[in-house]
Design a binder for this molecule. Structure first.
Ligand SMILES: Nc1nc2c(c(=O)[nH]1)N[C@H]1C(S)=C(S)[C@@H](COP(=O)(O)OP(=O)(O)OC[C@H]3O[C@@H](n4cnc5c(=O)[nH]c(N)nc54)[C@H](O)[C@@H]3O)O[C@H]1N2
Ligand SMILES: Nc1nc2c(c(=O)[nH]1)N[C@H]1C(S)=C(S)[C@@H](COP(=O)(O)OP(=O)(O)OC[C@H]3O[C@@H](n4cnc5c(=O)[nH]c(N)nc54)[C@H](O)[C@@H]3O)O[C@H]1N2
Ligand SMILES: [Mo]
Length: 783
């Protein structure tokens, strides 16, 4: 495969625009998307079309015109590719040989066509019949001492129907071991918000964006990860709303945007300014920053009160709807400005500026992404942000509210329908009642605890409904050791990925239909449903011919495993497969908000699931929205490491390039950040590069600092001078996952701290190709 030229070249154009159209064409050619399947792209997010398998941003245009999204096209093209990975491919490649290929190369081979089982004697995957595969799974599961010795992963593309049937099967089998991608993603949101506003979901809908006058965008890169959100922000900006980006990086896509939906803007080479203010905390500085803003709100309110002006706090909201405000305000008054400024990494006057913008806003929306959720103190940070919003009644009011922007297109829905390692008693009671069984009560394992349990020899069977577990997870060498210690690993996936190669003693690859493909059961096309980031539930129908005749839908695979393992005494699994509306009937009976599910899915655009906090109903222990007091952490592992190593100690954030979907690498460019043809780069401030005695363009090896005596390293990164706060570094995920210690997680959420890794740099000792690939095997990288 010809590798593109590697270079660094700052990007000077607006986001999207003609550049995006060019890249769309390149991707369609690269994936050799066949004629008929081009048309698919026009059906993306359309009535009677399919839900884009890209991000979880809602579809405003679900009922009208085609919404263009470069990265949505990439996601669809990757699935609609005409390239195939057949059994013949595996005849030609041993697992050992495939291990030498990069993640980018593995992905490029195309769609998996047949179920495969690992043949240890020949170190190859070979074909297996579907029923034999299900029997192998049943034999393993039924041989375990206890159902808790198996773990059942879910990645957030699984539909509500697939996820619900999966959790039913697993709970009937007897465990709550549901690690899922959410554990690595918005878990801090899902665990943090219930403590303040009662529900772990956002409180806004797209309509609120039409009425907001102020938007605070925390730790998010929408031009890459939620491109359709830019269309919304563009409208807000045009209307004169103030948009603030709070991010260590000045992400290009938040500066200017040329909308492909607007021909005049494209033809005149025009663009719209998105963010007018950039506040740039150091990595992990948000908690202190938000605390500073909240403290200033109190000060401004004191001043207003003293001079008889309109109060800054929403006193009615505070009195009627909240508890704990006095203690919260006392804590803010007592907080030191020096600590705030030092820990936020934001100058005092900028904290005041942000507070001014916040209190001027009559309708404020706060959005956030991984920049807030992947730190040790992410749960307190999100609780504090919701408290800041509560101070001025910015929750449950038109044009205002909390907007966590989720990742995978159905990650929110999966949790709603029961992919939850810590289920509530009420949910289990209801599930048991409807399906007539006694669900397991003990809470299960999340992602990090699953890996640890494998290392401890406890978990022996891993089943993954989608995803790329071995690559998305932290502490790569330990994760690989864990996966290889399993008796059985099973991956239900669409495309070849490295997790298939990091396998247990027995291993299966079970290829499945993607969301873009027609799902026929007994000759009837089935739709599946998903919930977006704003709690809208809608139906999705595939349009493309399946990539192979030997694919089963995720639902059929789950039913096959369940039937083989449990039999059909309690649930007629195969009947559920024949008609997905039966699964929806089950969801409607078990889960609140889904009454008349099948009927309500017929509404174009679907229905809103109802979020209590949006209605100012507070499902907290006190029945009110709660203010919580948290201190600024000044003794984290990063603080401790800095004490030991001084200013040489850096904080590394790991982030996505423009050409990837999580672990799926579409290409080697990150054009908004000026990186082309390579991924092994490390963004650093020029003064830090000099201070450490390096030069721009030099390669360095990264080691992380963690008190367990294990040396963790990722080597051969090209130093790129970048506008990033001093003391902070940025690099791409997943290459940097070997650096994230398994035990370094967000308190109360268990999320790996992949946005704040304490690291040291040294001159590189490894050999790297021009495009930045390590000239060693992937085994060696993880060793
Ligand atoms: N094309 C594409 N779309 C995607 C994905 C993809 O990989 N590709 N992934 C999907 C998934 S699963 C998810 S979760 C989302 C992820 O979407 P994002 O949440 O945008 O994820 P990241 O790329 O990890 O970038 C996070 C942003 O946080 C900033 N940041 C880092 N550390 C801090 C910090 O300490 N404070 C603040 N304030 N900001 C910080 C980074 O500079 C970056 O701009 O996107 C989804 N959509
Ligand atoms: N260092 C670091 N680590 C991170 C992150 C980070 O920012 N930094 N982000 C974390 C986040 S937010 C997330 S969500 C996780 C992502 O973790 P995962 O969800 O596990 O990873 P993905 O890369 O999204 O999974 C891609 C694979 O899913 C399969 N697939 C694609 N479509 C389908 C489908 O329709 N059905 C099925 N069954 N399979 C399908 C394909 O085989 C593909 O190879 O990674 C986390 N890891
Ligand atoms: Mo995610």
């Amino acid at each position: 495969m010809k590798k593109p030229e590697a270079r660094i070249e700052p990007y000077t154009h607006p986001a999207a625009g003609w550049g995006a159209l060019k890249y769309v064409a390149i991707n369609l050619l690269k994936e050799k998307v066949a004629g008929g399947n081009y048309r698919t792209l026009l059906k993306q997010n359309q009535p009677n079309g399919f839900d884009c398998p890209g991000c979880a941003w809602p579809d405003r245009e679900h009922a009208s015109t085609f919404e263009f999204c470069e990265n949505g096209v990439k996601a669809v093209a990757a699935e609609a590719t005409s390239k195939r990975v057949t059994p013949a491919f595996f005849e030609e490649h041993t697992v050992e040989a495939l291990m030498a290929q990069s993640d980018f190369e593995l992905e490029q081979h195309g769609r998996l066509t047949d179920p495969l089982v690992y043949d240890a004697l020949r170190d190859r995957y070979v074909p297996i019949g579907w029923n034999e595969a299900f029997d192998l799974i049943a034999r393993h599961l039924n041989a375990l001492d206890h159902p808790d010795d198996a773990a059942f992963y879910t990645s957030g593309r699984a539909s509500n129907e697939a996820a619900f049937l999966y959790q039913l099967f697993v709970r009937m089998y007897g465990t709550n071991n549901f690690p899922d991608c959410s554990n690595m993603c918005h878990e801090a949101t899902s665990r943090g918000l219930p403590g303040t506003v009662g529900v772990g979901k956002g409180t806004v809908t797209l309509d609120d964006f039409e009425h907001a006058d102020t938007l605070l965008i925390f730790g998010q890169n929408p031009a890459t990860n939620h491109p359709r959100m830019l269309g919304e922000l563009r409208e807000c900006a045009k209307r004169g709303a103030t948009i603030v980006s709070i991010n260590p990086l000045k992400e290009r896509g938040l500066e200017r945007f040329a909308s492909p939906q607007h021909p005049v803007e494209m033809l005149t080479m025009g663009s719209t300014r998105i963010s007018s203010v950039f506040i740039r905390p150091k990595v992990g500085g948000d908690f202190a920053l938000i605390k500073g803003v909240a403290k200033r709100v109190i000060e401004l309110d004191d001043e207003a009160q003293a001079s008889g002006l309109e109060r800054v706090l929403d006193l009615d909201f505070l009195a009627q709807h909240t508890v704990g405000f006095d203690a919260f305000a006392d804590d803010l008054r007592a907080e030191s400005w020096d600590t705030i400024v030092a820990e936020a990494g934001v100058p005092f006057d900028e904290v005041l500026k942000l507070a001014d913008i916040y209190v001027k806003g009559r309708a404020v929306i706060s959005t956030w992404g991984m920049g807030l959720t992947q730190h040790k103190n992410s749960v307190p940070t999100i609780q504090l942000l919701s408290n800041l919003m509560m101070m001025r009644g910015n929750i449950g009011r038109r044009g205002a509210g909390l907007c966590p922007v989720r990742g995978h297109s159905n990650v929110q829905g999966d949790r709603t329908v029961g992919i939850e390692e810590r289920p509530t008693e009420a949910f289990l009671d209801r599930l048991g009642e409807v399906y007539d069984f006694e669900p397991p009560r003990e809470h299960g394992l999340d992602v990090v605890n699953t890996i640890q349990a494998m290392l401890d020899g406890k978990v022996k069977v891993f089943i993954g409904l989608g995803g790329n577990f071995s690559i998305a997870t932290p502490d790569t060498p330990r994760t690989w050791e864990a996966m290889r210690s399993c008796a059985l690993t099973v991956h239900i996936t669409t495309k070849l990925n490295r997790s298939h190669l990091i396998h247990g003693r027995d291993a299966l690859i079970l290829p499945t239909l993607g969301r873009t493909e027609i799902d026929l059961q007994n000759g009837v096309a089935q739709g599946v449903s998903v919930e977006d980031s704003m709690s809208m539930v809608h139906i999705s129908y595939g349009m493309n011919k399946p990539a192979s005749e030997n694919l089963l839908s995720e639902i059929a695979i789950v039913a096959g495993m369940a039937q083989a393992t449990l039999g059909s005494e309690k649930v007629d699994w195969l009947a559920q497969t024949a008609d997905y509306s039966l699964i929806r009937d089950g969801i409607a009976q078990v889960i609140e908000g889904f009454h008349d599910y099948n009927e309500r899915l017929k509404t174009p655009g679907g229905f809103h699931l109802g979020v209590a906090s949006r209605e100012r109903i507070w499902k907290t222990s006190s029945g009110k929205a709660q203010f919580l007091v948290h201190a600024i952490a000044v003794d984290t592992p990063i603080h401790q490491a800095r004490k030991q190593y001084g200013e040489r100690l850096m904080t590394l954030m790991t982030t996505r390039s423009h050409d990837q979907y999580n672990t799926t690498i579409y290409g080697l460019d990150d054009r908004y950040r000026g990186v082309y043809g390579q991924r092994r780069v490390l963004f650093a401030h020029k003064d830090d590069i000099a201070m450490l005695g390096f030069v721009v363009g030099q390669r360095v090896d990264i080691t992380s600092v963690w008190a367990d005596g294990i040396e963790r390293h990722a080597d051969g990164f090209l130093l790129v001078e970048y506008d990033i706060p001093r003391g902070c570094l940025g690099a791409y995920y997943p290459e940097t996952n070997p650096l994230v210690p398994l035990s370094s997680v967000a308190d109360g959420a268990g999320t790996p701290t992949s946005k704040s890794i304490p690291v040291l740099l040294k001159a590189s000792k490894v050999t790297v190709s021009e495009t930045g690939e390590l000239l060693e095997t992937h085994e060696a990288v993880a060793a």
